[in-house]
Every structure is written in C-alpha cells, then in structure tokens.
Design a binder for this molecule. Structure first.
Ligand code: ADP
Length: 266
C-alpha cells in the first residue's frame, strides 16, 4: 500500500460563478510511496497548491478520498509539515527559537529539544547562525530554517509549495542539492510542487504532470535516472523534454510560456 493515496479527488471552491462554485481539482488519482520524492508540475492555477492543502488537511475534498497510510486525512497533523515559497518564519525568534517553537507546542522535553535543534541546524548547514534573527539571514538561509522547522515536527511527509521559487538561480540549485541530501539522510517522503521542469527532472523519483484547471493527473512520469544526477546528464535532459511535451503549454505573444491547450501525454 502506498503512503499517500488519492482517489477521484475533487475540490470546488464556493463564492465563484454566482454561487455555482469553481472546480479547482477535477478528479485526481495519485499514489505516493513511502520515502519517495514526488514532484508535481502543471500550469499556473491548475490546482497544485490546492492538492497540497488537501494533503496538509487544510482543505477538505468536495468528493473523493485522500488517504495517508490507509486512513482518511481529516485535518492537519504533525505527520505532515508544509514549507511555503515564503519561509514564513517568526521574525521575533532566532534560528533556534523558530525550530524550537514547534517542539514546544508538541510539549517535548528541553533536553530533547536542544538535541534535535543541534542536529537540525547541522543538517541544514546553519551552524554558527543559531542565534541570528530572520531579517539578518539571506533568502536561502531562511528557507533552510523553514525546512529545519518543518523537520522538527518529525513528519512522515514534507509538503513543499514552490519552496525555492523566489530564490536566485544559484541559490536555488544549491538548495535543491541540500534538499536531496536531507531527503536521503532522513528518508522523509516529499511532495514538491514546482512549475520548473528542470527542477522536477533533477529532483524527483516521479513527476505528476497536471492538466489545466480543474486539475487532474495527465501523466505520472517515472524519472528513472539514478542518483546522484547532474543537471546536464542526457537522461535528465530527456526527462525534461518528455515533461515539456506532456505539459499543457504553448508560447505566448511575448515568447513566454503560457497555458492554452491540453495534450494527452507522450
Ligand atoms: P496553482 O497552485 O496550480 O497555481 P491553486 O491551487 O492555487 O493553483 O488554485 C487553483 C484555482 O483555485 C485558482 O483558480 C485559484 O484562483 C482558486 N483558488 C485557490 N484557493 C482558493 C480559495 N481559497 N478560494 C477560492 N478559490 C481559490
């Protein structure tokens, strides 16, 4: 049995279209194995964040089933932690304080908190910055703290919503490598939303490609490139090409990618 199973998942938001609602997800079927790193890509507005929010338990599906370990997801829980594009740290707390916060809520003993904090600060490479506040950190360092804070919950699943989307290219690549290292060290299952096919091909075991809204899974691509990878290795470039073929995109009048049509996959 997969760790996460979604069956014919629909989410419709109320308050749109004169009360008829707006379908964000239109029947998502998906399975994520324990320990897997799954990337979700799709056009803007296709329901990627909605999907993560259902997994986090922030949104209840309108119909269909979302299961974690065979049990329905009925609300948020410490077994799932979310990392957003904006690190959303507590500005009045230092690095240690931010990581400590979730463990205090969990009523963990001080000795354990100190130990976990030390391990996590080392895991995300922030030794020497334990007492620094968020405004004194770079964007990449803030995201490292957000990842450490999420891991302090000892989640089974790390849900990541375009976590590196606001970072410059170099920092982004560096943090991708850091995430792979952390994922391999912790064995945590990761569901990672991105709109960047390169990022998906480089990071993922599998990539779920979504249709335009109402989102569903057009194709689940098994990356199968082995690890470690390089960004320019031919098999990674092949995966990137396959993803671009499946993605419902076309080139807009200004040459930028935009979403207009839907294709049936490769
Ligand atoms: P994505 O992450 O793929 O860009 P989202 O899941 O954020 O897509 O949004 C899917 C659709 O649902 C969008 O059209 C968005 O405007 C709408 N939507 C998202 N959240 C809400 C909400 N809380 N209430 C109403 N509509 C929403």
């Amino acid at each position: 049995m997969a760790l996460i199973e979604l069956f014919d998942l629909h989410v419709t938001y109320n308050g749109h279209n004169n009360g008829s609602g707006m379908a964000a997800l239109g029947g998502v079927d998906l399975a994520v194995e324990d320990g897997e790193l799954l990337c979700v890509i799709g056009p803007s507005g296709c329901g990627k964040s909605t999907l993560l929010n259902v997994l986090a338990g922030f949104i209840a599906p309108t119909s269909g089933e979302a299961l974690l370990d065979g049990r329905p997801i009925t609300g948020p829980g410490p077994d799932r932690a979310m990392v957003f594009q904006d690190a959303a740290l507590f500005p009045w707390l230092c690095v240690n304080g931010n990581i400590d916060f979730v463990m205090k809520i969990d009523r963990r003993q001080r000795a354990e908190r100190v130990q976990v904090r030390r391990e996590l600060v080392s895991l995300v490479g922030l030794e020497g910055f334990e007492h620094v506040h968020p405004h004194e950190l770079s964007g990449g360092m803030r995201q490292r703290v957000a990842i450490a804070r999420a891991l302090a919950m000892r989640p089974r699943v790390l849900l990541m919503d375009e976590p590196f989307g606001a970072l410059d290219a170099q920092t982004r690549e560096h943090l991708q490598d850091e995430l792979l290292r952390i994922w391999q060290q912790t064995g945590t299952t990761v569901v990672f939303v991105t709109h960047n096919v390169e990022e998906a091909a480089y990071l993922a075991d599998k990539v779920a490609v979504m249709s335009e809204r109402p989102g569903r899974i057009l194709k689940l691509v098994d990356v199968g490139c082995g690890r470690p990878r390089t960004r320019l290795q031919p098999s990674v470039c092949d995966v990137k090409r396959r993803l671009l073929e499946i993605l419902p995109t076309s080139v807009g009048p200004n040459g930028s990618a935009c979403c207009t049509t839907e294709s049936g996959g490769d």
